[in-house]
Design a protein around this ligand. Structure first.
Ligand SMILES: Cc1ncc(C[n+]2csc(CCOP(=O)(O)OP(=O)(O)O)c2C)c(N)n1
Ligand SMILES: [Mg+2]
Length: 458
């Protein structure tokens, strides 16, 4: 018989140990960024878009960076965009931030139950959207609101969804911010992390099977890259050379759990590309030009049947995970201020100023304008109600639209739920519910709508 030697035969070997990752700093401590190596802007070579995947692998330990210390665009990755495009990107990023700020306040005022900001990560979604074709299919996570905004989706529709009001196209069935916009190539956001990765690969494979020219792209957080779905997606993408760009947004944190728990201490997220045999890029996620250049490189490659690319965007989640989170409980408050890659909006603005194409006055004016744009959209959406005003979709719609014909068990559940509501709120029985029609700008103010609209209630 053979097998493992008896314990006694192993002599005095040290006991086995596990390593449990610890973040670089905790609340009250001074952040330590000594571990972070930031390559010079312009120092990384730009391989040909049609190169063998293996030619990209050395770069996955480096970083695509274009904007240098003096706010100039340097090196082979400079996408050489015209100032007008740069200003449009800047404005879209500022609009995204203004939208986040207002919706965050709305949550604190009780107008919605939940919100998630993308502060500090605006370049990734906005420059990414600018680099894609308008009809490329996006499978986002919950932090790519910038893509919807860049694609011109109406802010008012986004707010209707966030308020779960009667204008909400999703009829209040999704958690606030989990948008779905088929006509904007924006796949339904799912709360189940990383499911969008294999879905994007499947969509991309279908696009190729149909002989289409559209590619797919998907985004996950670095924490979510520890999910099995990430690896299934990578395998399928590699095996079938699917026309897809797979993005990992490495913002250092997954709620309170730091990136080390997803493997960041061992190698970069981009370096995983080599293990699957696909192209990989690692990008300064706070450098709008670098993000644009990398996404364009990968999109061109995919569209030319060059296959998938895994892109890691190195960035920092400047705010809490969501309105349900308090980051001061688990990370140093100074981390944000001292983050060495700066703020994406300021970096692009400073670049435009350095080019002589922008000024601080124009920046302030733009900030005022985007805040006003968000304010107007918010007021419009509020005519359709906010959380708790009762202007939501009729209760019974909860059971509709999944099956062509409601199965008997759901029919029973619906009847029971409606009966329970009648017992709980007898005064509302027979009242006209408020969810019939969204209000248009021509109809009354929020105040008058509140009075006559209260029907099914909460
Ligand atoms: C399968 C699954 N596991 C856990 C959660 C709970 N959860 C929601 S967000 C989140 C953190 C995700 O972090 P990351 O992927 O880094 O994305 P980020 O929030 O930083 O953008 C967790 C654990 C979930 N929604 N789904
Ligand atoms: Mg994260």
């Amino acid at each position: 018989m053979h097998g493992a030697p008896a314990a006694s035969a192993r002599g005095n070997l040290p006991p086995l140990e596990l390593h449990v990752p610890e973040p670089h700093s905790r609340p009250g401590e001074k952040p330590d960024y000594s571990w972070l190596e930031i390559p010079e802007a312009g120092s990384l070579a730009r391989p040909d878009e049609a190169c063998p995947a293996s030619e990209t692998w050395a770069g996955t330990l480096g970083m695509v960076r274009v904007l240098d210390e003096d706010n100039r665009a340097v090196g082979p990755w400079d996408p050489a965009l015209d100032p007008e495009t740069l200003r449009r990107m800047l404005r879209t990023m500022a609009l995204t931030r203004a939208f986040d700020d207002r919706m965050y306040r709305g949550q604190r005022q009780g107008k919605t139950s939940f919100y998630m900001k993308s502060t500090g990560e605006e370049a990734i979604s906005v420059a990414g959207a600018f680099a894609l074709a308008a009809d490329d299919m996006v499978f986002p996570s919950y932090r790519q609101q910038g893509i919807l905004i860049a694609r011109g989706y109406p802010l008012e529709e986004m707010i209707n969804q966030i308020y779960s009001n009667r204008g909400d196209r999703l009829k209040g069935r999704q958690l606030p911010i989990m948008y779905s916009a088929r006509d904007y190539g924006f796949f339904t956001i799912s709360g189940n992390l990383a499911t969008q990765f294999p879905q994007a690969v499947g969509w991309a494979m279908a696009s190729a099977i149909k002989g289409d020219t559209r590619i797919a792209t998907s985004f996950v957080g670095e924490g979510s890259s520890a999910e099995g779905d990430f690896h299934a997606a990578m395998t399928f993408a590699a095996v079938y050379n699917a026309p897809v760009v797979l993005n990992v947004v490495n913002n250092q944190w997954a709620i309170s759990s730091y990136s080390g728990f997803a493997g960041a201490e061992r190698t970069t997220f981009a370096a995983r590309a080599a293990g699957y045999g696909v192209a990989g890029l690692r990008v300064d996620g706070n450098d709008t030009l670098a993000v644009y250049a990398a996404m364009r490189w990968a999109a061109n490659r995919a569209r030319a049947n060059g296959g998938p690319t895994l892109i890691e965007y190195f960035t920092y989640r400047a705010e809490g995970h969501s309105t349900s989170d308090d980051p001061s409980a688990y990370r140093s408050a100074q981390e944000r201020e001292e983050w060495p890659l700066g703020d994406p909006i300021m970096r692009l603005a400073n670049h435009l100023i350095a080019l002589g194409e922008w000024s601080e006055e124009q920046q302030s004016e733009m900030d005022r304008e985007v805040a006003e744009e968000v304010r107007t959209a918010t007021k419009q959406a509020e005519r359709n109600g906010v959380l708790g005003h009762g202007f939501h979709h009729p209760f019974h719609t909860m059971f509709e639209d999944v099956f062509e014909e409601l199965p008997w068990n759901l029919e029973e559940q619906a009847a029971q739920a409606i009966r329970e509501r009648e017992i709980k709120w007898p005064e509302r029985v027979g009242q006209k519910h408020s969810g019939d029609k969204p209000r248009t700008s021509a109809q009354g103010s929020t105040e008058s709508a509140n009075e006559d609209g209260r029907g099914e209630g909460q």
